[in-house]
Ligand binder design. Structure first.
Ligand SMILES: [Zn+2]
Length: 72
């Protein structure tokens, strides 16, 4: 059970779902768009769920400041 979806940047992502639960467990870039500006988007790269969503349901729940500090 799987499908593909196209991101806003134009890249095509292959999504593999669990046959029983239907929960998507694997998301891989299948084709990179020529106009994509996201460096991380390369064929074969695994994506996390939140990387697929142009507008997360609840952005306020994510502490961006803490995340950037941890990476600095
Ligand atoms: Zn892309």
């Amino acid at each position: 059970m799987s499908y593909t979806l196209t991101l806003q940047c134009g890249c095509v992502v292959y999504v593999s779902c669990h046959p029983q639960t239907g929960v998507a467990h694997t998301r891989i870039i299948q084709a990179r768009a020529a106009g994509c500006r996201v460096r991380r988007h390369d064929v074969g790269v695994r994506l996390f769920l939140w990387e697929l969503l142009p507008e997360p349901v609840d952005r306020s729940s994510i502490d961006w400041n803490a995340a950037s500090e941890a990476g600095a």
